[in-house]
Design a protein around this ligand. Structure first.
Ligand code: PEP
Ligand code: MN
Length: 365
């Protein structure tokens, strides 16, 4: 046999092994798909470190017993890659079956509120103070916004503060003020609900119930909001992956409430010059992966006011349907988030700017 024909024969053997490997991989991923479906049914995470270690142990044991034994570290690398891809594959399969996914067959979801729409083309603006502090403060903040064309008034009545000694919000009194001022000006109310026990109360006054970043994974709350007939603004957890945020939205949708907006509000990173890091890729990917309107809360993402306008435009360019920002008639005196709230002159200038420039940002890209 010539050296050429020996190589030819070995290559033919290699080709046949490749096909057998392919056959095994096809079966592997078929089983992975079924495991993924079963895990979804049982609400179990796709990744299971203990199970992977167990499988790898079985493989290395069989390798040790084989006469053609391979180096353990090489085999471990190959199988870890297969396991990793298998977990990703389960995620992709699961995502395609979600109600909020683009593949669900539904078109872009538009939230219709009494005074306007969120989603569907025109950039919406949700603005107002961090917290409702009193009638005078709320009115002096809301009025210039409404005069500039803002139809969605935000303001916290139940505040999720890091310290229990910080201002906790006016609670029901704050809700009453929001409703009164919004009705007087012809605006819709967006306000946070912190706990299951307050859902009914907040829903009595609000047009949109906000789930804050700290509550994105409060699944009991999400389930209750799923049975509500009011739109929900769901903020991404500050340490949540995009997939986890989408699954949190699915919790609400699976209860029958499809009126959900996904809100990117910055994630925690090592950076300290901004309060959080605004993840603009998440904005584009939420639009690509889901049918939900996407809101970007620039104020909580930045924690400072000097970049709010620039990042609001960046958010719109990334595909956001709405921008949310905080403003105050007297920011220095604000009872919460004083550093990041625009004054009313800055707020009105930004609103005008967004309204003027909205048409130059292509929504179809
Ligand atoms: C808020 O919008 O008032 C708020 C507290 O935001 P986050 O949950 O994003 O911190
Ligand atoms: Mn705030």
């Amino acid at each position: 046999m010539t050296p050429e024909s020996a190589l030819h024969e070995l290559r033919a053997r290699m080709g046949a092994v490749n096909l057998r490997l392919l056959e095994s991989l096809l079966e592997y991923y078929q089983v992975a798909r079924m495991i993924g479906q079963e895990k979804d049914r049982l609400h179990l995470p796709h990744f299971d470190a203990r199970r992977e270690a167990e499988m790898l142990g079985e493989i290395l044991e069989a390798n040790a017993a084989s006469p053609a034994r391979l180096p353990d570290d090489m085999l471990a690398r190959i199988f870890k890659e297969i396991f990793k891809n298998s977990t990703e594959f389960m995620g992709v399969q699961q995502r395609k079956t979600l109600r909020v996914h683009r593949n669900s067959g539904a078109g872009d979801h538009v939230i219709t509120l009494p005074h306007g729409r969120i989603g569907g083309g025109e950039a919406a603006i949700i603005a107002g103070p961090c917290s409702v502090e009193g009638r005078d403060q709320l009115y002096k903040t809301a009025k210039p916004l409404r005069d500039a064309g803002v139809r969605f008034l935000r303001g916290g009545a139940f505040k999720p503060r890091s310290s229990p000694y910080s201002f906790q919000g006016l609670e029901e009194e704050g809700l009453i003020l929001l409703r009164e001022v919004a009705d007087e000006l012809g605006m819709d109310v967006v306000t946070e609900v912190l706990s299951v026990k307050d859902v009914e109360l907040v829903a009595r006054y609000a047009d949109v119930l906000q789930v804050g970043t700290r509550n994105m994974a409060n699944f009991s709350l999400l389930k209750v909001l799923g049975s509500l007939h009011k739109p929900i603004l769901l903020k991404r957890g500050m340490c949540a992956t995009m997939e986890e945020a989408i699954l949190a939205a699915e919790y609400i949708a699976s209860g029958g409430n499809n009126d959900i907006m996904l809100c990117e509000r910055g994630i925690r990173t090592f950076e300290t010059w901004t309060r959080n890091t605004l993840d603009l890729a998440a904005v584009a990917l939420f639009k690509q992966e889901t049918t939900l309107p996407v809101v970007v809360d620039v104020s909580h993402a930045l924690g400072r006011k000097d970049l709010v306008a620039r990042m609001a435009f960046a958010a719109l360019a990334a595909g956001a349907d709405a921008v949310m920002f905080e403003c105050h008639c007297h920011p220095a005196a604000a009872l919460s988030d004083a550093d990041q709230q625009l004054d009313m002159e800055q707020a009105v200038a930004l609103v005008r700017h967004i309204r003027d420039c909205d048409a130059c940002i292509p929504s179809s890209m």
